[in-house]
Write a protein that binds this ligand. Sequence first.
Ligand code: MTE
Length: 319
Amino acid sequence: MNVIRKRGWELPESEATSEQVFLSRRSVLAGAAALAASPGVALAQRVADLPDPSRDLYPARRNEKFVLDRPLTEESVNVTYNNFYEFGTSKSISRAAQALRIRPWTVKIDGMVEKPFEIGFDDLIRKIPLEERLYRHRCVEAWGMTVPWSGFPLAKLVELAQPLSSAKYLRMETFHDANMAPGQRAPFYPWPYVEGLTMAEATNELAFLVTGAYGKPVAKSMGAPLRLALPWKYGFKSIKSIVRFSFVADRPKGLWEAIQPSEYGFWANVNPEVAHPRWSQASEEVLGTSERRPTLLYNGYGEYVADLYKGLEKERLWA
Ligand code: MTE
């Protein structure tokens, strides 16, 4: 783990630029060839096979404000150890997740907004400048990673959506297509995956909409093309492959809360002193290493978020 290896996004600027030019030229040529050569293939499939049209936006400039207390998790570990129940209940879903079609990808904004609308992912991603942030990522299962995410603050999407002042919560939803994601055939789960935040949480500067990781578009297994990263909360709040943002008056019920409310609640803030009913949260396995580390309150992000919970002490804030 301590081996120093250069990643793709650490290439010198000059080499990175020539790769971008190469990729965009290649995507035009490949696109034209694919569309001409295979008239029998469904259009959606042909679009999905094109090179990623957002590739030129990476690597994004790093926001130096967010620093880590430990090395980054190797990309190979992060991409292959996942929770993405739409593609299976094990951690090894990265191969199955290749079936996820991420183009075309449309995001719907609705509910209590000035005017509901839909926007294509490739239009959305070019409306807001991308940045890179190094965040800790702590799963409720007591493991943690450190990830170089790219994306933009969720607050920017809220701004674009123009919610009414009566909106109290943001409800987010993952795609629902059991033909593409066989895990969604499992009747035990109330698909699609849903998560929610208060408006104050959604507009907190830490709440980050992820489009990339490790200096390129985010991997399918990690929730392409658009997922959330909420580093002060347990990972299940960080919903993957989002297709819908709804501004609502009532508190949304997430998939895990719907299944097992005695173990998973709405707030799910990280707290080492509040054990999960079946295991301790005092420490975490640092994935990709043989290390365990003490877990920190709010996963170490209390200076950004503790104020959000003042006056809410009677709520079950921790799981
Ligand atoms: N989002 C969807 N749509 N489906 C999921 O199964 N799992 C959650 C969260 N978001 C999940 C999801 C859980 S439990 C965790 S810990 C993180 O995604 C895992 O993110 P990672 O695979 O990138 O580490």
